[in-house]
Ligand binder design. Structure first.
Ligand SMILES: [Zn+2]
Length: 319
């Protein structure tokens, strides 16, 4: 039953953290071309990614429920080829919500990492179970040559089933929600997510996936490989500072002060809401949340899901 509550919180929380239900999520916007054959469709949940192949289309993630027609309309502006493959980066309803719209068509194969596949088949609360036809554990290649897609799993982070989806010919990587808003990731402990595991997972991805120029975030825009590397370094630093501060008997607030004293981390510690992504909160708020999560994980507790934080609860800057 806890999973049901959490899934509902993910859905409603994404809206609620804006502080105004009426504000809601940004609607689906025009597809943006990322590379020769890859497009990103923003809005109404996580990014969807469209990969146009020789004879067909691979779609990654399907946003919140009732987005299918809008996603397909964006795809039809790009190509008439059929969607034959649907890949989900993880099981959250803002990424699998409109799977059924595509999966009900003949011959569509739904692909997910094994842990994510188990959660998708289970469903929960208001969210129906979703079919998965092909699952992978750590690595899987789909297609050949220019049509090739590489699927990777390196361990827990946002959930325990975060897939990285690479399009090697286009040198593009869809990172899913372990990398969203270019800030420390939202951790969903009840889906197996872990901030302590996140640096190891990101490091394995950074050194284990070659020849990528552009990284698509789960929510937000695109980044360079160098920016993804700096994001990995920041999360390594966040967990290291949390561990050192906890060992010294300090608090998450103490750790926050130490973290923001590191100049190269400034971009991940901003106080501004990101335009169009206000529902994600501020980078500094997310860093503080994840320091609290890290302390709880270090104590062996299961952290609560924190979609956002009241700005009044974030400690003031010390410098
Ligand atoms: Zn998610």
């Amino acid at each position: 039953m806890q999973r049901v509550a959490v899934l509902s919180a993910i859905l409603l929380g994404g809206v609620a953290v804006t502080g105004a239900l009426a504000q809601g999520l940004p609607p689906i916007a025009d597809a943006e071309q990322v590379s020769e054959n890859v497009w990103r469709i923003p809005g109404n949940g996580g990014n969807s990614v469209v990969f146009v192949r020789s004879d067909d289309v691979v779609l990654v993630d399907t946003k919140l429920p009732n987005s299918g027609e809008s996603i397909l309309a964006e795809i039809r502006k790009i190509t008439d080829k059929p969607v034959t493959t649907l890949i989900n980066t993880h099981s959250h309803p803002d990424h699998v919500g409109s799977n059924a719209f595509f999966a009900e068509n003949d011959g569509v194969q739904v692909v997910a990492q094994a842990n994510t596949a188990a959660r998708m088949r289970e469903g929960g609360g208001p969210f129906p179970p979703n079919r998965v036809d092909l699952e992978f554990s750590n690595y899987r290649q789909l297609g050949e040559g220019a049509d090739r897609v590489d699927l990777y799993y390196f361990g827990a982070g946002h959930t325990d089933g975060d897939a990285f989806v690479a399009f090697p010919e286009d040198r593009v990587l869809m990172a899913g929600d372990i990398y969203a808003w270019h800030m420390s990731p939202l951790i969903d402990p009840s889906s197996g997510g872990s901030i302590l595991a996140t640096p190891t997972t990101l490091t394995a991805a950074y050194y284990g996936i070659d020849d990528i120029d552009t990284v698509i975030q789960g929510h937000g825009g695109t980044s360079t490989w160098e920016e993804f590397g700096s994001f990995m370094t920041f999360n390594r630093g966040l967990v290291q500072v949390a561990e050192e501060t906890a060992q010294m008997g300090g608090t998450p607030a103490d750790a926050l002060a130490r973290l923001e004293a590191i100049p190269s981390f400034a971009i991940f510690m901003g106080d501004e809401l990101l335009p169009g992504l206000e529902y994600g909160g501020t980078p500094r708020g997310r860093a503080y949340i994840n320091l609290m999560v890290a302390f709880e994980e270090l104590r062996g507790e299961e952290p609560e899901l924190r979609m956002g934080i009241d700005p009044a609860e974030i400690p003031a800057r010390t410098q």
